[in-house]
Design a protein around this ligand. Structure first.
Ligand code: UDP
Ligand code: MG
Length: 431
């Protein structure tokens, strides 16, 4: 009897590539496999594509049914893999993501080595890394090489380039109480955390051949997460992986529909795509629809409204009058940003503190804006100025030329909030 390989495919909203991963399994020269598709409650488009493959009896499909607001709580793919490892029936285990393609000889090459070398617990291979753009065109390619027999494979070997014996799993479970470590801080390299566990029982033996192609897509977690701060600044308008638009307002996210998006003078070019585990940490607030024009309580914050000759900035559910032409100039507001509202609508607003020419505790800075002090950038929110790294500023598509310079006195008048910076926690060896 040929040993059976259990392939665990984790999937989430990659309708443009998930079929490539599944087809690459179906095209394997080696045929004794089972494929467990662990879908993290993808959108309908993705699910429809996957369901087209389920007539093959070797393929099983599981939908995690995860609630969006729970996504950030664990490293999701590790959680899904742990669930799959409870269900597998194979002798060998192999991991696949929804943006990776196994070459046809991947399973045959790997199983041959494991069959012939009973002391090998784990094998790994070379990988072709292909960065593609939104339309699927190749931006660059490089080969991730093998590096001999590895006793510390962490961060050297990709998720999709490994096969190991199922017999190692009970040993890991007995020692750690789980297979993969799904703590959320390892989103970046949950595979490294698991490789470290595996390597306690077997080094990783190289197969110096390219056996899979890893596609780096613009929507991949790493890509979306690069330079993204842990907290989104208030006033930011973002795009989810499902192409929905949201306004971040404090710790609330408000979905903006298309008509309202236009009427409220939001700019498509400024939308920042964010990954769902981050976005859905924000509570859902009232949607921003056309109806906000007839109910001031629903009107979004951080917009300029104009009624007759008066201009206001919406903030904290109020309309703050802009005190003078000088004050308006300072805000670098553009005529095209002004949203005209009818006098009856304006009457519906509570009038907030005026925005004056200079800012201090009595004349608070407008919230949700970008400021500049001594070449450092800050965003205002919650009465504070939050420092923002230059890389984060670019990622969030702030226009530097619109930053409002602050005087020393003004800068000193406001408390400084926690810095918006990019931090990536990499799994590191504790030894
Ligand atoms: N993934 C998941 N749930 C999510 C987001 C991602 O299960 O909410 C899975 C995804 O399907 C993929 C893996 O996590 O199999 C890695 O995601 P991605 O390819 O986006 O990240 P990257 O390749 O940039 O690390
Ligand atoms: Mg990926």
């Amino acid at each position: 009897m040929k040993p059976k390989v259990s392939i665990i495919l984790t999937s989430y909203n990659k309708p443009d590539t998930v079929h490539l991963a599944i087809e690459s399994v179906l095209a394997q020269k080696y045929d004794n496999w089972e494929l467990l598709i662990m879908d993290d409650h993808s959108n309908d488009k993705t699910k429809r594509i996957i369901k087209g493959f389920l007539q093959d009896s070797r393929i099983q499909y599981f939908d995690s049914g995860i609630r969006d607001e729970d996504r950030h709580k664990t490293t999701r793919y590790a959680t899904l893999i742990n669930e799959a490892l409870e269900k597998v029936s194979g002798d060998y285990i192999s991991y696949l993501t929804d943006d990776d393609i196994y070459l046809p000889e991947r399973l045959s090459e790997m199983t041959t080595i494991l069959n012939n070398s009973p002391s090998y617990g784990v094998v790994y291979s070379k990988q072709l890394v292909r960065k593609i753009d939104q339309s699927g065109r190749t931006v660059y390619e490089k080969v991730r090489e093998t590096n001999g027999i590895l006793t510390k494979p962490q961060n050297l070997v990709d998720h999709c380039s490994v096969m190991h014996r199922a017999s190692l799993l009970p040993l890991i479970l007995a020692k750690y109480g789980s297979y993969w470590d799904d703590s959320p801080e390892y989103w970046h390299n949950g595979d490294a955390a698991f490789w470290a566990r595996l390597a306690e029982w077997s080094p990783f033996y190289p197969i110096p051949k390219v056996l899979d192609i890893c596609l780096k897509t613009p929507d991949s977690f790493q890509e979306l997460n690069a330079f993204m701060p842990k907290e989104l600044p208030t006033g930011l308008v973002v795009l989810s992986t499902n192409e929905n638009t949201f306004l971040i307002d404090g710790n609330i996210r408000r979905k903006i529909d298309e008509a309202a998006f236009r009427m409220l003078k939001y700019d498509r070019k400024q939308l920042v795509k964010v990954h769902d585990p981050l976005l859905y940490q924000y509570r859902e607030g009232a949607p921003i629809e056309k109806s906000v024009f007839s109910n001031a309580k629903l009107f979004p914050n951080y917009r300029f409204i104009k009624c007759g000759k008066s201009i206001f900035y919406t903030e904290g559910g109020c309309a703050r009058p802009i005190e003078s032409a000088d004050a308006l100039r300072r805000l670098k507001a553009d005529l095209k940003d002004f949203i005209l509202v009818a006098p009856e609508m304006l009457e519906d607003f509570q009038i907030g503190k005026p925005i004056s020419r200079t800012f201090d505790q009595k004349n608070p800075i407008p919230e949700g804006k970008l400021f500049l002090y001594k070449r450092h950038f800050f965003v205002s929110g919650n009465g504070e100025l939050k420092p923002m790294e230059a890389k984060v500023l670019r990622k969030l598509k702030y226009d530097k030329s619109l930053a409002i310079p602050l005087s020393k006195y003004e800068f000193a008048s406001f408390p400084k909030g926690e810095s918006l910076k990019w931090e990536v926690v990499r799994w590191k060896d504790k030894n």
